[in-house]
Design a binder for this molecule. Structure first.
Ligand code: FES
Ligand SMILES: [Fe+2]
Length: 422
């Protein structure tokens, strides 16, 4: 990539081309569990914008500029009362639309003056344990009806993890399915031989010439397939997805009709982001505690226990027998080390992509560049959905199976998609 292209795809502040692209989609602002009814207002930084998220005394959600329009006090310390959020400095009161509805120090509550002030505010919607916001212009599109929004809450698990790097290298890690065979090669899983389940193949070590990845364009972005030879007449397929503009549905613990995992990489600013992790299973209730224990290691504030400051607690002794990485056995945690390892913003002018595994990353970048161009020219970018009849994501799935050698994976996936849409 040129330095200019790298800048273009990694800068998401207000007014930047990629920031404008991102603002055409609903984006996660917080987890529902972070803002319980009656809870304190939550300061949140999104795409470089300092904001405060709150529920008014009727439980309605507001997301407004963090700094008071009067003299800049931090509104997250404000009082929740009288239909809004009241600044503790001089008592100005904001409703969920950012409208100032009282200036108690002024004659008449500042009735004339307060009308003239326009305080930043973004609409919010709460769905499936996530509070979403739309920070773009005009009428918001629909929230895409991803699989986890179609099942009861108990069939889902949502959390998030703080990452000290740019969103793009986080999301590109999902598109790069090849790394499953290396970074996530936990040897205890590598039982091999007959009886190994398809999911277990994902954790087996890579070997030269054994694997390749291919991609196929879809309406939401890209379907990506890792193909691995199994014996002389079979192959293993593992299919994940890049979803425009900053999320992915990579292969996780569930696949096919069961459900899938979504990793949504939301910029805090250009050098930090939240990775929202959403798991769902259509067929069974998900044990929340088990997920927390086995899928993620989090300290307070959704910070990873293993982080840069403690060198991700890498245990070199464990690299001999337990895991390829020496970073414990949890995939999400292993990912933090390598994505942050590329620096606050990866310098892609220095990378050397390879044909066997990086083609999907190249295509995903092209889709992003096309989206930026679409916004610039006044069009809705790909995967902005406005028609309720088209808000069906049943053709988005993860897939994992051992199949005969001559199977065409694109045909298999198109068949599953067509079946799911029926
Ligand atoms: S700074 Fe908020 S009311 Fe004065
Ligand atoms: Fe990973």
């Amino acid at each position: 990539m040129t330095p200019e292209e790298n800048e273009l795809l990694t800068r998401t502040g207000s007014g930047t081309p990629c920031g404008e692209l991102m603002r055409r989609y609903w984006q996660p602002a917080a987890l529902t569990e972070e803002l319980p009814p009656g809870g304190a207002p939550l300061p949140v930084t999104l795409f470089g914008e300092e904001l405060v998220l709150f529920r008014d005394d009727q439980g309605r959600l507001g997301l407004i500029g963090l700094h008071c329009a009067h003299r800049g006090a931090d509104l997250s310390y404000g009082r929740l009362e009288d239909g809004g959020l009241r600044c503790i400095y001089h008592g100005w009161l904001y409703d969920i639309h950012g409208k100032i509805i009282d200036m108690p120090g002024e004659v008449n509550g500042g009735a004339n003056f307060r009308e003239s002030i326009c305080h930043k505010a973004y609409p919010c919607e709460e769905r499936g344990g996530v509070i979403f916001t739309y920070m773009g212009p005009g009428k918001p599109p629909l929230i895409p009806n991803y699989g986890y929004l179609t099942v009861p809450k108990e069939h889902t698990f949502v959390t998030k993890i703080y990452q000290e790097c740019n969103y793009l290298q986080g999301n590109e890690g999902n598109i790069d399915i090849m790394h499953l065979s290396f970074l996530h090669f936990n040897k205890y899983r590598d039982t091999g031989g007959p009886g190994v389940s398809p999911v277990q193949f994902s954790g087996q070590g890579g070997a030269p010439g054994l694997e390749t990845t291919e991609a196929d364009l879809t309406d939401f972005g890209l379907r990506v397939c890792k193909i691995r030879k199994v014996g002389s007449d079979k192959k293993y397929l593992r299919v994940g997805n890049f979803v425009m503009p900053n999320l992915s549905a990579p292969p996780g613990q569930y696949n096919g009709k069961e459900g899938y995992l979504m990793n949504w990489h939301v910029p805090i600013d250009d050098t930090h982001h939240w990775k929202y992790i959403i798991i769902f299973n259509r067929e069974k209730i998900i044990d929340q505690e088990e997920q927390r224990r086995t899928r993620i290691e989090l300290a307070e504030g959704y910070r990873p226990v293993r982080n840069k400051s403690n060198r991700y607690l890498q245990d070199r002794e464990s690299m001999k027998a337990e895991s390829y990485s020496g970073l414990g056995l949890i995939f999400q945690v292993q990912d933090v080390c390598v994505t942050e390892g590329a620096g606050p913003v990866q310098d892609r002018t220095q990378e050397h992509l390879v044909t066997s595994s990086d083609a999907a990353i190249v295509v995903a970048r092209k889709l992003m560049l096309k989206g930026i161009q679409d916004v610039k020219e006044g069009r809705d970018p790909q995967h902005v959905i406005r028609d309720p009849a088209k808000n069906n994501l049943s053709h988005l799935f993860a897939y994992s199976a051992v199949v005969p050698q001559d199977t065409n994976w694109k045909e298999v996936c198109n068949g599953i998609a067509a079946e799911a849409r029926r």
